[in-house]
Design a protein around this ligand. Structure first.
Ligand code: LLP
Length: 430
């Protein structure tokens, strides 16, 4: 498998390109480090997912998890395709609104939110998905005429790394299944008439049997609540978690199979438990955006000692996943596609931490200073987890249209960002 051909890139006479635009030209035009997103790939991902679940009797609702990539241009593309949004904070709510999503298309799922945030979200017209009963009780008076959902911890979860497994006894999220009926009963007693139910049990799952199995578990929990509390669910939200292959030789998820099996389990269990016709809802982040985007950075300098360290502009400040989880991202050199990978080296950033090693022991072409390194699959949890550590401004972002035109979607930060909002008290100015 030739790594360079991984989405959204292909090899051409000008080196590596995205939808007809050469990556080195983009790096020269917009500067580096630079996130480059393919609008074509984003639309393809949405359509493939929607199609895979289209056999659902009452359709499928897709709420894009904005935390994966909160660039308003990205959200706008998904809105045009038909997506709503899942947001986890007021900030994300405002970004989703700025991308043209109306409040009815937004689900607000915050973890340990203070009353003020919950009030804001409730008044905004978004649907609230509460992480615990006490969160609901903080704003019960604002929710009587709205749909109220609770996030359930079904007792088990699965994620590629422990840090992204979000259910099970060690997870801080949701309400344990055996405490869920109590929450719904309290909401009903407070006058709520419309309900949803939600889970989000882990991220980057490539096991095709997992979501169908968890769907069955959630519906069994839903049926106990329906019977115990005498209510109906308007929607059942299965969360995100659909995985993508970060390694070039990993097969992608067979989404048609997953979609068909989830829909089968969903319709047969809704019938068996007499749940009526709740809307099947998904909340994908990574699946829609991960492979739409590459991160480009220039090689600053190279150390050739016992090991070879290639120092680039892309550190854990621009792409945190390798340092935080040990995550793997494929890499290539934009201006050397197809060249023999005869060099073994670590790709590292400029941050003063030895976790700032973005790719270890990789086979690479004979890299030189000034070359452009390409990190693949950076569309999910890439820019959105980037930070200013070590006093480094964040990158710029560009989207490439299907016609091959590049649009700047986020300006590069400059150093003034690093002192913005800071105040030195007058007695310290002497
Ligand atoms: N819904 C909720 C409530 C979530 O918390 C998440 C992600 C999603 C949906 C979307 O999950 P996805 O489809 O992307 O798996 N930073 C980590 C991933 C953390 C996921 C957190 N929650 C990473 O870089 O791998």
């Amino acid at each position: 498998m030739i790594v360079e051909d991984k989405q959204p890139c292909n090899i051409s006479g000008n080196g590596l390109e995205i939808d007809g635009l050469s990556l080195t030209t983009l790096a020269d035009r917009f500067g580096t480090p630079l996130y480059v997103t393919s609008e074509r790939r984003l639309r393809e991902n949405y359509r493939r997912l929607a199609e895979a679940f289209s056999s659902s009797k009452d359709g499928v609702k897709i709420n894009y998890a904005v935390k994966a990539n909160s660039n308003p241009a990205v959200i706008s593309v998904l809105r045009q395709e038909g997506a709503g949004a899942d947001v986890s904070s007021i900030g994300e709510l405002l970004v989703a609104r700025s991308a043209g999503l109306s409040p009815e298309k937004i689900l607000f799922s915050a973890n340990f939110a203070p009353k003020s945030e919950l009030e804001y979200a409730a008044l905004s017209g978004a649907t609230l998905n509460f992480d615990s009963l006490d969160q609901f009780l903080k704003v019960a008076d604002l929710c009587a005429s709205s749909t109220v959902s609770f996030r359930i911890n079904p007792g088990e979860g699965k994620g590629e790394y422990p840090g992204i497994t979000t259910a099970g006894k060690d997870a801080k999220f949701g309400i344990p299944a055996d405490r869920a009926a109590e929450a719904y009963a309290r909401a009903k007693a407070a006058g709520v008439k419309k309900f949803g139910i939600h889970m989000m049990t882990g991220s980057n799952v490539l096991d095709e049997t997992y979501l169908p199995r968890m769907t069955s578990i959630l519906l069994e929990i839903a049926s106990r609540i329906c019977k115990g509390v005498a209510l109906r669910f308007d929607f059942v939200d299965l969360g995100g978690g659909l995985g993508v292959p970060y390694h070039a030789d990993q097969p992608p998820l067979d989404i048609v199979k997953v979609g068909r099996q989830v829909v089968d389990v969903f319709s047969s269990k809704c019938e068996e438990y007499e749940l009526g016709n709740p809307v099947l809802t998904l909340e994908p982040g990574r699946y829609l955006v991960a492979d739409t985007t590459v991160l480009l950075g220039r090689v600053n300098s190279i150390k050739r000692y016992e090991k070879v360290f290639i120092g680039t502009e892309v550190g854990m400040n621009q792409l945190l996943r390798p340092a935080l989880y040990g995550a793997y991202h494929e890499v290539a050199i934009a201006n050397r596609p197809g060249e023999m990978r005869s060099l073994k080296a670590d790709l590292v950033g400029q941050i003063c931490e030895n976790t700032d090693i973005l790719a270890r022991d990789r086979n690479l072409p004979p890299v030189e200073e000034g070359d452009i390194v390409v990190f693949y699959d950076c569309g999910a949890y890439g820019y959105s987890m980037s930070n200013n550590y070590n006093g480094r401004p964040r990158a710029a972002e560009v989207i490439v249209s299907p016609q091959g035109r590049a649009h700047l979607t986020r300006q590069r930060e400059d150093n003034s960002e690093l002192t913005r909002g800071t105040i030195v008290p007058s007695h310290l100015l002497r």
